[in-house]
Design a protein around this ligand. Structure first.
Ligand SMILES: [Zn+2]
Length: 359
């Protein structure tokens, strides 16, 4: 089975009320972890690469690894998705390298950190939709800017923002709006998706999927305590879905940052501050209201890192990369399995294949 467009998978997910995890990859072991979990659970999968991942692994390596996955698992529909394309050029180069789906993130300017005007977002996204659709490639757009509500509260209320809380200091797979910009006039919520704008945006661009900003952020440091409806606006998803019942919604920054993985990392010498992610049950609530694609990266990173740290700590004499990459791959596979079951995509690869929509 060749790689398949996002649209076909999400249409099936909508018809059968399930969500599909989109896992980020940079290397072979991560792709293997996802594919093994998909085979074991009979799940269609979305494998995504950020700009950072593409430059880390190089497009040619990535493309051939993905083709290998499709060849080795002909029974699994696999989408290869560009995560957070910052410009039409990035999306077009992804299409050239065989991606079957692209995200044009025009919610930010090309620098990937400055919030963009609505008209700019519509223009670049509509341009990409036109080209991508002519080639059978799907498009995800974004309206509103990813980022936490807690950390965006006016400075006088919260004091200086701890840079660590703004996400990972190094390369991030996605982008949150620059929190150091001028204070937002309406306070901490003005970066969230406006349902009116979402309606206009979908009508003007024809995107296949829409990423919405509801208070999630990228990286491990999403919430200071278990999130409530005040900082994780699931109600906003429900409102947007009411207005756009036929649009597939996407939740970014939706790792759950499990406590047990935090503990493994700490136990074996890693440093992680106390933090909370997006609870799986909140994602399940979203899936009942139109969420079809759920981006998960941090949980996979944490699983691999914890496993590698454990090997290093317990058996410092080992130096064959396979001795720590195998447990790392196994740990990521466990996370993928759990999410595939929780989101409901498990059991749907064969059903999707049986529809005959994929050739
Ligand atoms: Zn993202």
């Amino acid at each position: 089975m060749p790689l398949v467009p996002l649209r076909v998978v999400l249409d099936h997910a909508a018809e059968h009320n399930y969500g599909v995890a989109a896992f980020n990859v940079n290397n072979m072991e991560q792709i293997q972890a996802i594919m093994e979990a998909a085979k074991e659970t009979d799940s269609p999968v979305i494998v995504q690469a950020s700009r950072g991942a593409r430059s880390y692994s190089q497009d040619n390596y990535l493309r051939h690894l993905m083709l290998a996955a499709a060849e080795l698992y002909p029974e699994i529909p696999v989408v290869m998705h560009q995560d957070h394309g910052n410009s039409p050029a990035t999306c077009y180069s992804a299409i050239k390298y065989g991606f079957t789906s692209v995200m044009m993130d025009g919610s930010l300017l090309e620098d990937a950190k400055t919030a963009a005007p609505f008209d700019y977002n519509v223009k670049v996204t509509a341009d990409v939709v036109k080209v991508a659709h002519s080639m059978g490639v799907s498009v995800e757009g974004e309206i509103g800017c990813l980022g936490s509500i807690e950390h965006k509260a006016p400075a006088k209320d919260t004091g200086p923002v701890d840079p660590q809380l703004m996400g990972e200091p190094g390369e991030r797979h996605g982008h949150d709006a620059d929190l150091e910009q001028e204070p937002e006039p309406e306070g901490a919520m003005s970066h969230l998706t406006d349902p009116n704008e979402a309606e206009d945006f979908v009508a003007a661009t024809g995107v296949d999927a829409l990423a919405v900003a509801i208070g999630t952020s990228h990286g491990a440091y999403k919430f200071k305590t278990k999130p409530t409806g005040e900082v994780l606006k699931m109600s906003l998803i429900e409102e947007i879905h009411r207005r756009l019942p036929n649009t597939h919604l996407v939740m970014h920054g939706s790792s759950s940052v499990p406590e047990d993985l935090q503990e493994i990392i700490r136990k074996y010498g890693g440093k992680m501050g106390e933090t909370y992610g997006v609870p799986v049950e909140e994602i399940q609530r979203g899936i009942k209201h139109g969420v079809r694609k759920i981006n998960v990266d941090t949980d996979c990173r944490m699983a691999m890192t914890g496993a590698i740290r454990k090997v290093f700590a317990e058996t410092p004499d080992k130096f064959d990369p396979r001795e720590y990459l195998k447990p790392a791959r196994e740990a990521m596979k466990k996370i993928c399995l759990a999410r595939m079951i929780a989101f409901g995509q498990a059991g749907n690869a064969s059903k999707l294949m049986a529809t005959g929509r994929l050739k």
